[in-house]
Design a protein around this ligand. Structure first.
Ligand code: EPZ
Length: 421
């Protein structure tokens, strides 16, 4: 199940439904730790990272069941361990999001340090600094974070830079701290507001999620919640690029237009015709000549870093020179050498890649290195002349639900092969 074979050159046509957001599902699953009773989450995508998070919750002692395909029920009443072990955290760094809930509810936690990943060092200093400010005693020991407290107290937390995970960890911790917590310089990604919605349904008192300042009044207990998570804005953006890069015509359903305004803007800037039908449907027509574009990734509502690799792939066939600058992570250009194997004309200059458009890419054997780099290779392969073999596609399965099935339904020639590297 390790590689894709893709025959490029077919314009994708038809309708695709966007799945639930991976980066909403992961923190929201962690928030169940705070609940006094079973929580029911709908529209949860069937992803490797979600299965890993379920394993983390079960390791703590929670009971997790599936109602049907995309509904997950978590019963946190059996939680009796407050540890996230190295083997799980190393496969998915979002496991660090159990830290805030555990220390808030059980006053202690022992979490393996996530360590770096392919795209960067990804420290958690802001998470730990915030928790310490709220009265947690934080110690590093043998690769683990040991956190304990007599009881968290509300505090004013000022982040040095916006951090999605840091905002989520502190927000969850603050729900049961004594008194008021103010988070300044909070991340504004839509997944933060979705998490706050669930927490408020459980009885938390959170105001301002989605803005730079979030105010949380601590409460003694949080009850259960039923919640449908938001659609995946990065999956929506990825399929918009798929339409453009194959000169296709796709109807993208079940998105949230207000979550992808910066992506729509940039694609329109490249000459892609994007029609918004209400708040949840887009028709993306890729038949125009593609114009070059300048992109700088930024925290929300800026252009998302998680769309950088996919947009770079599209710029490879634009008619001119584009510049793509990655401002969030220090090593998020691993798709560049792989795209060059496919005939792309790319030049890395520090945090910027200069992209000189070519007429068409060429099929080649390439290797996926991380989730969004893999997506960019799939997109490039859908354009390329001939067949592309993409290896190590387990990276892709972490964050895209049934991407091969969805692409097949749109006319792509893609098959999953087992074995090989
Ligand atoms: C979340 O990661 C997402 N993951 C990432 O998506 C996304 O790329 C990222 O936010 C930025 O939008 C999930 O939500 C599960 P950050 P997170 O903390 O929370 C630095 C994907 O492809 N930083 O906002 O880890 C950090 O090194 C993944 O779906 C510190 O310096 O990102 C980075 O440069 C990849 N200290 C920047 O901030 C800290 O304590 C943004 O990181 C925390 C972060």
């Amino acid at each position: 199940m390790n590689k894709f074979l893709i025959q490029g050159g077919i314009p994708l046509k038809g309708e695709v439904k966007i799945s639930g957001a991976k980066n909403s599902a992961l923190p929201i699953l962690c928030s169940s730790i705070l609940a006094e009773d079973k929580c029911r989450y709908l529209n949860i995508p069937n992803l490797k990272d979600v299965s890993t998070m379920i394993k983390v919750l079960e390791t703590l002692g929670a009971k997790v069941s599936k109602d049907h395909d995309n509904t997950i029920i978590v019963d946190p009443s059996g939680i009796a361990l407050y540890e996230a072990p190295y083997d799980l955290v190393k496969t998915m760094r979002a496991s660090i999001l159990v830290l805030g809930p555990l220390i808030a509810k059980y006053k202690k936690a022992r979490i393996s340090l996530p360590g770096g990943c392919a795209i960067g060092v990804r420290p958690i200093d802001q998470h730990l600094k915030g928790l310490a400010k709220m009265g947690a005693h934080i110690e590093m020991s043998h690769g683990y974070v040991l956190a304990s407290t007599k009881g968290l107290k509300g505090a004013r937390i000022v982040f040095d830079k916006p951090t999605v995970g840091g905002t989520e960890n502190i927000m969850m911790a603050a729900t049961m701290a004594e008194g008021k917590t103010i988070i300044e310089g909070a991340a504004k990604e839509p997944e933060i507001a979705d998490l706050a919605d669930v927490l408020n349904k459980m009885g938390a008192k959170i105001k301002g999620a989605g803005e730079a300042t979030i105010i949380i009044e601590g409460v003694k207990k949080l009850s259960k919640a039923t919640h449908t998570i938001i659609p995946d804005r990065i999956e929506a953006g990825t399929f918009m690029v798929a339409s453009a890069i194959t000169k296709g015509n796709l109807t993208i359903k079940g998105a949230r237009v207000d979550h992808i305004l910066s992506i729509i803007e940039k694609l329109r800037g490249m000459g892609v015709v994007v029609n918004e039908i209400g708040k949840k449907t887009l028709i993306v027509d890729g038949n125009n000549e593609l114009k070059p574009i300048d992109v700088e990734t930024a925290p929300f509502p800026g252009f998302p870093t998680d769309m950088q690799a996919q947009t770079t792939a599209l710029a490879c066939i634009a008619d001119g020179v584009s510049s793509i600058t990655e401002n969030i992570f220090e090593n998020r250009f691993m798709h560049v050498p792989e795209l060059m194997r496919m005939g792309a004309n790319l030049e890395e200059k520090g945090r910027t890649v200069l992209v000189r458009g070519v007429n068409r890419l060429q099929g080649a054997t390439v290797m996926a290195t991380d989730l969004r780099a893999s997506a960019s290779l799939v997109l490039a392969a859908l354009n390329a002349k001939g067949t592309t073999e993409i290896r190590r596609i387990y990276h892709l399965d972490r964050g895209y639900e049934n991407i091969d099935k969805k692409l097949l339904s749109l006319g792509a020639r893609i098959e999953r092969e087992s074995g090989g590297l």
